[in-house]
Design a protein around this ligand. Structure first.
Ligand SMILES: *Cc1c(COP(=O)(O)O)cnc(C)c1O
Length: 459
């Protein structure tokens, strides 16, 4: 053979070798996808549900990419706060007794203050839940004769008893603190005229709930909250603007304290605990507001100086560090659910394309069976208690039966995969959480399987 022929033979041999390799790679990728699909099948997901879900997931790549970019920014924001405040190994262990000079507690509060670009923060396991954190912020910053205003309609259910909208022992009303409310307009925008009229010399504190909670109004964007605060401060510059930040943390790049809020308040068994905090709440904001809250939480004269952290701080730090990506996973699950159920013809709030300002997804089934099937799907997807079947029950404080699904590592944690729905028209289920994107997606696939198996929809 002449050398040209030899080179040709060599080249074609190389080419077929490369092709063989490509074939092997393609075959293994195919096998890997098959292995994953088989695993879904073992977990009760039919081929039909799998394919229906995967098609929708494939259409959401650009959307998910945007969420990852927000998570990237927020991850760096949290990391920088930890580095700037010199979090050290010593911060991870706790104190007992009075808890004087608790380095870990003081540093964690400084980290929260940095994350929220606030002057100060109170972050404690002694704050038992979100309602407690909100009650603390209100009761410590209001005095007899003051008035509280909600310019965004009715607040979260549990706050009705804190405020005294529903008569309750120990409410603000019992202490002579009055309450006023201005509802949002029919299109979800602020009723500026009536807000202007509602602010008086008595108005001391304005409470703004970011998330819609169990209502059908839209969740407020941080920019929208900023506009509202600017208007209120124009009417009355010294009024305290507090934001109930539950479910909103890390969904956007900015937080309400970046747009003029004097205080943000939330629960550590939602977004900022990253699924690891087993209890707790936070208040971040203006130094005097946070100090008032500290004197109320512990005692006048003691304030932030006491409150042993016991052994809990490692989880608070660890959870906060993971919170931006955990929130991103939950957000992807919510968007996936909106797209699945909207495609099947149900009303979903927010809808499949709307921008997101919290992690909650509502799906209106229009029937009790739909709500129940959805919740059973969520339960069956849980890592804990997956084998139990949730049933509607008469929960105290509600005027209808309620069904709840949760199989969480932290009891009641709603940053973990969870859903609940009152058994009454419009038969809507509220879904949130998922510690990883993969688990949130699997949970939604299980709801679809359950809804299909119950004969409620066909795909
Ligand atoms: C969850 C929540 C609360 C109350 O928090 P709990 O921890 O359940 O007491 C208050 N406001 C909003 C908007 C919430 O989502």
């Amino acid at each position: 053979m002449c050398s040209v022929d030899k080179r040709f033979a060599y080249a074609s041999e190389q080419r077929s070798k490369i092709w063989r390799e490509i074939e092997i790679i393609m075959k293994t990728t195919k096998d890997e996808n098959r292995i994953t699909q088989d695993m879904y099948q073992e977990l009760g997901i039919s081929d039909k549900v799998y394919r229906f879900s995967k098609d929708i997931l494939n259409s959401l790549k650009a959307r998910f990419d945007e969420i990852d970019q927000t998570a990237e920014y927020n991850q760096l924001k949290v990391l920088k706060a930890m580095q700037d405040n010199k979090v050290s190994e010593a911060c991870l262990s706790g104190t007992t007794g009075y808890g004087y000079n608790d380095l870990g507690r003081e540093t964690l509060e400084a980290v929260y203050a940095s994350v929220f670009h606030a002057e100060d923060a109170l972050v404690r396991p002694q704050i038992t839940c979100g309602t407690h954190a909100l009650a603390l912020a209100l009761m410590s910053n209001l005095r007899p004769g003051d008035e509280l205003l909600s310019p965004v309609g009715k607040p979260y259910d549990t706050l009705e008893e804190v405020i005294g909208i529903r008569p309750s022992r120990g409410s603000l009303a019992e202490y002579g603190i009055s309450y006023r409310q201005v509802d949002l307009l029919a299109d979800g925008s602020f009723d500026y005229d009536n807000i202007q009229k509602a602010v008086s010399e008595k108005t001391k504190l304005v409470t703004i709930q970011r998330s819609k909670g169990y209502q059908t109004r839209p969740t407020l964007s941080v920019a929208g909250i900023g506009e509202l605060i600017a208007l209120i401060k124009k009417i009355k510059p010294d009024v305290i603007c507090m934001v109930d930040n539950c479910y909103g943390e890390f969904v956007e790049r900015i937080e309400p304290t970046d747009v003029g809020a004097d205080m943000v308040v939330g629960s550590l068994i939602k977004n900022p605990g990253g699924g690891l905090a087993p209890i707790g709440g936070y208040i971040a904001g203006r130094k005097d507001c946070v100090e008032n809250a500290a004197y109320r939480l512990t005692s006048p004269g003691l304030g932030k100086e006491v409150g042993a952290s016991l052994g809990i701080l490692r989880d608070f730090y660890h959870g906060l560090f993971l919170a931006p990506t955990v929130t991103a996973g939950a957000l992807k699950g919510a968007i996936f659910a909106a797209n699945i159920y909207e495609k099947l013809g149900f009303k979903v709030v927010p809808d499949s394309t709307e921008s997101r300002h919290d992690i909650i997804q509502a799906v209106e089934f229009g029937s009790a069976e739909g709500v129940i099937a959805f919740c059973r799907g969520i339960q069956a997807a849980a890592p804990v208690d997956s084998f139990v079947t949730p049933e509607p029950w008469d929960m105290p404080g509600y005027d209808s039966q309620v069904i709840m699904a949760a199989g969480a590592f932290v009891s009641g944690s709603s940053i973990e995969l969870s859903a609940d729905g009152p058994i009454k028209p419009p038969y809507a289920v509220y879904f949130q959480g998922g510690l990883t994107c993969e688990h949130a997606q699997f949970g939604i696939m299980k709801t679809l399987q359950s809804v299909v198996d119950a004969g409620i929809v066909q795909i």
